[in-house]
Write a protein that binds this ligand. Structure first.
Ligand SMILES: [Zn+2]
Length: 143
């Protein structure tokens, strides 16, 4: 598995990502897990939405998952800085958590449900100081 380098910039939210500490590993999403009932969330939450306790802890989420839903966006929201059309969907990780995300890999038709995908970080737009804004996306695994 090849890992694409993380682009220079600032994360869209600091608590979303665990950046790689070496060139061999890729970035990961940071979620939270309820230590009472085991439910997993992304983004992180201080209170479990299932059992309502405040017993969540930060959890590094899997970098790979499967497409749970997918569509093509032809008319983007005004805050969106990327090219249109683009693929949008949800990726289900091993522990069942659903990640809303852009999907890389074709804009002619939605990425098929069940396709195995890997997390990637990309620069999308600039902040008020001119820094690239780093966001997550998922790319289909090949061969
Ligand atoms: Zn819980």
């Amino acid at each position: 598995m090849t890992t694409k380098a993380v682009p220079e910039g600032v994360p869209v939210e600091n608590y979303f990502y665990k950046m790689p500490e070496s060139g061999d590993e890729g970035p990961s999403l940071l979620g939270s897990r309820c230590t009472t009932c085991g439910e997993v969330y992304f983004p992180q939450t201080p209170q479990c939405k299932k059992c309502y306790t405040e017993t969540t802890e930060v959890m590094v989420l899997s970098r790979v998952g499967k497409v749970h839903s997918s569509t093509i966006v032809h008319l983007a929201p005004s805050v969106y800085a990327g090219e249109v059309p683009y693929a949008l969907g949800q990726v289900e990780l091993d522990n069942g958590v659903l990640i809303p995300t852009r999907l890389v890999g074709g804009v002619e038709k939605p990425v098929p449900i069940g396709t195995e995908v890997e997390l990637e970080l990309e620069a999308l737009g600039k902040d008020d100081d001119g820094n690239n804004i780093i966001v997550h996306t998922f790319r289909p695994l090949t061969g």
